[in-house]
Ligand binder design. Sequence first.
Ligand code: URA
Length: 254
Amino acid sequence: MDELIRLDRFLSGCGTGSRKSAAGLIRAGRVKVDGNIISDPGHKVSEHASVTLDGSELKYEKYSYYMLNKPAGCVSAVKDALSDTVISYLKGVNTNGLFPIGRLDKDTEGLLLITNDGELCHALTSPRRHVQKAYYTACDKPLAKDAVKRLASGLDIGDDTPCLPAILTKADPYGEDPAYLLTLTEGRFHQVKRMIYTLGSNVVYLKRLTVGGVKLDESLKPGEFRPLTHDEIAILKSGALSGEKDSRDENGEG
Ligand code: URA
């Protein structure tokens, strides 16, 4: 059976703004359901109802998906008493029910996905799904030559088990900077920083570039966001949700 939802929720799920602003549009008589003006924001409609705003048909999307170029200085949380959260950057969006997919440290920048799709979040952060994430990391000293091999064969960073194999390349093969691209398939707590530390150096700057085949849109400045495209959503879903579900799945870090 179709799920019934409040008309103000339907409108805000179509991207018209917050529930409050949707209620204003409804009360102003600008919204029709199946051809009839409805002025009660609490009126229940099917997800598949024909709803128009000022005569234009609206399409309800149950889930929302955004990419944020996370700036340093904010926390990957929905609420925080002391710091800005990643959600606070989604200006003009109805952020009810939205949460970040995984976590980046407060000082880490780059690609953070934000959604209200719990199933996709679970799949992308489950340690059993091995979703790839790539990071740009600048270090305070160059890594030794054997770093590539040690990472590829599973680095021991002091946890119960060694890390899964990771891929390290120089960010600029011809440059002098100790800067690297590191690709992981898990998300342990402070994983990149702990790996680099174990290899004898320290991270001085960290930025996430990709998650599950989706790349950070480099036209977004730190603090800017945009909705994911349909193609990006399909890439994430095909990578993360296509495998067998594992009842032992647990949430990882990020
Ligand atoms: N690894 C880290 O150390 N920090 C992050 O924010 C992400 C991965």
